[in-house]
Ligand binder design. Structure first.
Ligand SMILES: CC(C)(COP(=O)(O)OP(=O)(O)OC[C@H]1O[C@@H](n2cnc3c(N)ncnc32)[C@H](O)[C@@H]1OP(=O)(O)O)[C@@H](O)C(=O)NCCC(=O)NCCS
Length: 147
């Protein structure tokens, strides 16, 4: 299949309203609004966007990193109309290239996406702890008997 999208780190050029629409399309809600999405992406150490050649925003990923020991990956989403065409893989591989010197890279992964991460070299680990302000968010990541 020909590559018909580009990966860009240009955070200033993208539309955060379009980014919010992308999260809504993926079923992740409005993330509190484009103002907060923009703030989160601008404050992340790395952010990447997948853009079609006619400038449609179809995917994103961001990472928080201390630049030495640890990084965490967040908000990897691809427009459902563009899934299974290599966009998510391209976003994650490009991000992992940015993080290639970081010894430990963590990602909170929903059950349905663990296969995707495993295929790209991630392994499951048993020792992550998390504190969630929202019970709804906690339910997403925990088995029901733990909530
Ligand atoms: C998880 C997610 C980011 C993957 O994005 P994607 O663009 O579909 O990923 P890819 O196309 O690179 O790979 C997905 C699958 O399609 C397959 N694929 C890739 N290119 C393909 C092609 N040209 N033809 C057919 N299949 C293809 C891959 O082999 C992969 O298989 P897998 O399910 O065994 O991993 C996407 O499904 C998504 O946005 N999900 C909702 C949000 C989410 O769960 N994000 C993860 C954070 S927890």
């Amino acid at each position: 299949m020909p590559v018909d999208f580009d990966i860009t780190p240009s955070r200033e050029e993208i539309s955060y309203e379009a980014l919010q629409e992308l999260f809504i399309k993926c079923g992740w809600g409005d993330r509190g609004g484009s103002f907060f999405l923009k703030k989160a992406f601008l404050h992340s150490n790395h952010a990447l966007f997948a853009i079609t050649f006619d400038r449609e925003l179809i995917g994103c990923i961001r990472a928080l990193s201390d630049g030495v020991y640890y990084a965490t990956i967040h908000d990897l989403v691809v427009d459902p109309a563009w899934q299974k065409r290599g966009v998510g893989t391209a976003l994650l591989k490009t991000m992992m290239d940015y993080l290639r010197h970081i010894p430990t890279v963590l990602v909170p992964a929903l059950p349905e996406s663990t296969g995707f991460y495993q295929r790209l070299g991630f392994t499951r680990h048993r020792f992550a702890m998390a504190r969630f302000l929202s019970r709804e968010k906690q339910r997403l990541f925990d088995p029901p008997e733990h909530v």
